[in-house]
Design a protein around this ligand. Structure first.
Ligand SMILES: [Zn+2]
Length: 80
């Protein structure tokens, strides 16, 4: 399945890791495309796929890091 969008595929978070994650600091995977790109900022709106339900959405994350993400479709947590 070819796509022009570079999608970052999420990785499941283990039960142990999940307990240590601050829910308030998680990025949220949501269906809206980015409003705009802001140059010079570490965080970007990136296309991300949830490893639990396969939904592809956007999350405001740091592309240099693995970020903890909450899926707004299935409620799953994952790294992206
Ligand atoms: Zn999901």
């Amino acid at each position: 399945m070819a796509s022009e969008v570079n999608v970052r595929v999420g990785r499941e978070i283990s039960e142990a890791d999940r307990k240590s994650i601050d829910r308030n600091k998680m990025a949220v995977l949501h269906p809206l495309p980015p409003d705009s790109k802001v140059e010079g900022q570490a965080f970007q709106h990136l296309a991300v796929q949830c490893p639990h339900c396969g939904a592809i959405g956007y999350a405001w994350i740091d592309p240099e890091l693995y970020n903890s993400v909450y899926c707004s479709w299935c409620g799953g947590y994952f790294w992206a």
